[in-house]
Design a protein around this ligand. Structure first.
Ligand SMILES: [Zn+2]
Length: 304
């Protein structure tokens, strides 16, 4: 049975903490380095539902992508939800370890897992890490489809491949346009629009796309392409949690392989709890904007 310090050393070799962004807070949040580890649970978010799952499972270590404390704290009182997480973990002898932007930039990293879930062939990073002579590490990935398909087909592929969320998939672009090349970035990707443009891909798949960056990226590309829509990258926006969840399966498989190699006999688990904060979605009325408004008496539940 490995000690927690041995397991964490193996995780740090996969995702070296020194490669995290300056603003990030990665590494071990709580845990005893001498404790024995039998079961490890992987999840995206260190939230109460996931911690309860770790307790129920009898996990000794919880590994999450998102940090519990990104900006530091002066209290772990159980009256705060983060403090409650810390108390529950310590009470049940469960360590918490975070691999965030260091896992994003790794090879394989979060965006490799996202590309793999959609069956895309990765050709390289979207923003290469200048310190990687092999040119494989970095943010986001540029990918190819084995066979070109329509944007509608690609959207259906994303909807089928990613775990179901209330948001589903949002798309900007002509559903009939051809898709051959794709940029993907797990998590919030609207800071990478310049790199997407430079990559010249047909589609950008990411999460958390906001109105202004998305609108401006589309309009600028359209102006440069003199209105030719095929030259404007289509945008496919999935739920943040859904774009990062495939990494938990990839990470568990990586630790399984290390465990086999060392004869550790670890049991790894992947949380399937949907911790995306959005819980419902109503499709809009798709009638044209200039159609007369629906009389309020026709809306179910409306006062008459
Ligand atoms: Zn994220």
């Amino acid at each position: 049975m490995p000690a927690q310090s041995e397991v964490i050393a193996a995780l740090d070799a996969l995702w070296p903490p020194g490669r995290a962004e300056q603003w990030d807070a990665v590494g071990t949040v709580c845990g005893d380095p001498d404790a024995e580890v039998r079961r490890v649970l992987f999840a995206v978010d260190p939230v109460r539902e996931v911690v309860d799952e770790a307790v129920e499972l009898g996990a000794d270590l919880l590994v999450t992508h998102h940090p519990l404390y990104l900006r530091g704290t002066t209290t772990v009182a159980a009256s705060t939800f983060k403090g409650r997480v810390v108390h529950t973990l310590i009470k049940h002898d469960i360590g918490l370890h975070v691999a965030h932007t260091n896992a994003d930039r790794a090879d394989p990293g979060v965006s490799d897992a996202l590309a793999g879930a959609l069956d895309l062939r990765v050709t390289g990073p979207l923003v290469p890490d200048p310190d990687d002579p092999a040119g494989r590490r970095g943010l986001g990935r540029i990918c190819e489809l084995d066979e070109p398909e329509t944007l509608a087909g690609f959207t259906a592929r994303a909807a089928a491949a990613l775990p179901a969320t209330a948001q589903g998939i949002r798309v900007a672009g002509d559903p009939g346009r051809t898709v051959r090349t794709v940029a993907v970035c797990g998590g919030s990707g609207d800071s990478l629009f310049d790199d997407v443009r430079r990559a010249g891909v047909d589609v950008y798949l990411t999460a958390d796309l906001r109105h202004h960056p998305a609108s401006e990226a589309r309009e600028q590309a359209r102006a440069r392409a003199a209105g030719a829509d095929a030259a404007v990258p289509a945008l496919v926006d999935a739920a943040h949690w859904a774009t990062e969840w495939p990494w938990t399966e990839q990470a568990a498989a990586q630790l399984d392989e290390i465990s086999d190699r060392h004869g550790w006999n670890l049991r790894t688990h992947v949380s399937r709890a949907v911790t995306d904060p959005w819980t419902a979605h109503a499709a809009s009325d798709t009638r044209p904007a200039d159609a007369p408004p629906t009389p309020i008496t026709d809306i179910p539940g409306a006062p008459n």
